[in-house]
Structures are given as C-alpha cells and as structure tokens.
Design a protein around this ligand. Structure first.
Ligand code: FPP
Length: 248
C-alpha cells in the first residue's frame, strides 16, 4: 500500500516516513522502452519527458525540497544527430509546457551544466525559465543539461585557481566547503537518494562529488514506466536504511 495519502489534489506524506530532502534521478531507459514497442528512440524520449513532468509535480506535492534530474549529459552529444536533434526539440517543447504547470506548484527551476553549448533559442528559454521561477518558494528542480560531474569539477577547479592567482584567496583556504560552493549545486544540500531506473548499476558522471554519502536505489523498470507508486516505494526503502555517514 502507498505510504502516502492524497488529500484534495495534493499528496501529503505520512508523518512517520523520513522523506529525503534532495532526490536525484537518472532518467534512463527511454531508448529500450521505445525499442520494446517497435518505435523510434525519440518516442521513448517523448514518453520519458511526459514522466519527468508527472514525477516532478509529484515530488513537489509530497514535500521534496530539491529534485535533480539528469536530462542530457556531456557525453550524450555522441548519439546520432537525429536523436540529439529530437531531444533538443523535446527540451524546447517541454520547457515551454512544463514550466506553465510548474508555476502552479511554485517550483523553482534551475539548470546545471554548461548550457552555453545549446542553440541561442534554447539558451534564451533556459534563462527566461530561471529568471521567471527564481522568486518562487517551492521545490527546487535542477535540470542537468549538458552536465557532467567531471566537467563540473574542472570548471570549479579553474574558478578557484583564478581566485588564488588573483590573490582573492590563498591555497590554504581551499577546503570541502569551498569546492562545494563552486559547483553548479552551490548552496544546496547533497542528494540523500539517487534513483536509477532501467537496471543499470552505474553513476554515469552524475553528481560525483555531491553523492559521497548518497543512498542509491536501482530499479528494473524503464524510466517512462517508473510511476509515482514506484517512487513511494523507493522513498519507503530509503526511510528504512541506516545512514551512518562514515560513523558507526
Ligand atoms: C537516457 O535513456 C535518457 C536520456 C539521455 C534523455 C533523458 C531526457 C528526457 C527524459 C527528457 C526530459 C525533458 C526535459 C524537458 C527535462 P537512454 O536513451 O539512454 O535509454 P536506453 O539506455 O534504453 O537507450
């Protein structure tokens, strides 16, 4: 049975369940979902984008404070040109549509990754989305686009090196907090839980630094089939885990 009950249109968490403050999701399995149905891979991404919208609103409804979704990695440019192009079209369409929905949920939308690689039109949409949602007070949604954790760490290292070179800080000032504050996720708590559907046991360059003490949940379901019940069940499993953060 679900650990959550719905009152009016909003889900409310069962007070006995410890909710993760920050959830990360690797939205994997769109291609396989489409292949199983004899459809082009792009149809899998369309179904995945639909589910992104459903799961995001659900996370907001049940009181998750931060959600980070992996939408496009620094390595995804290697995919066939028609697939990359279909994804770009989908990002534009879904950003426009989902952002209207997200307004009603007061969701703050942020983008993590090097967005300067996208078309001027998509960059403009990204900037507008961030600006329009910045003053909202609800869940923070980080959409990782052209994101790679190694790339993020290289960027942070360069920013810090420049501050040392210019004399703003000394190398003795470099510590874990300083590094965290130069990542795209600066000021946000580390993810408590990362979920990877589609049965792959890999982190795929996602939040490497931030995931030092994150709990992982892998599920066999492909992303377009990953439901709100599956999310409830993952949160339930997370709540049963004993997190020790290196202690006893
Ligand atoms: C991985 O599945 C999925 C992606 C590379 C794309 C994820 C993008 C979306 C779900 C669209 C989200 C939309 C917005 C607006 C954020 P895969 O293609 O690697 O699947 P496979 O392993 O089965 O081939």
């Amino acid at each position: 049975m679900s650990i959550f009950t719905r009152r009016s249109k909003k889900a409310r968490k069962d007070d006995s369940v410890v909710l993760p403050e920050h959830i990360g999701i690797i939205m994997d399995g769109n291609g396989r979902w489409a292949k199983k149905r004899g459809l082009p891979r792009s149809a899998g991404h369309t179904a995945g984008a639909k589910n992104f919208r459903t799961i995001t609103r659900y996370c907001s409804d049940i009181g998750i404070k931060y959600l980070t979704v992996y939408a496009f990695s620094t390595e995804n440019w290697k995919r066939p040109a028609d697939e990359v192009s279909a994804l770009m079209t989908l990002f534009k369409q879904y950003l426009e549509e989902a952002l209207t929905d997200f307004k009603y949920d007061s969701i703050v939308v942020r983008f993590i990754g090097d967005t300067s690689a996208f078309s001027p039109e998509l960059q403009e949409l990204i900037q507008r989305t961030e600006a329009e949602s910045a003053s909202r007070t609800g869940m923070v949604l980080n959409i990782a686009m052209n994101y790679g954790s190694r790339d993020e760490l290289v960027r942070a290292t360069k920013l810090i090196a420049e501050k040392v070179r210019s004399g703003d800080i000394s190398s003795d000032d470099i510590n874990e907090e300083l590094i965290s504050s130069h990542l795209y996720t600066a000021g946000q708590p580390d993810p408590d839980l990362i979920i990877r559907p589609s049965g792959e046991y890999r982190i795929s360059n996602f939040l490497l630094w931030q995931a030092a003490y994150t709990e992982f949940i892998i599920r066999d379901k492909l992303w377009p089939d990953f439901s709100t019940d599956d999310l409830d069940e993952a949160i339930n499993e997370f709540a049963r885990r004993n997190r020790r953060f290196g202690g006893v």
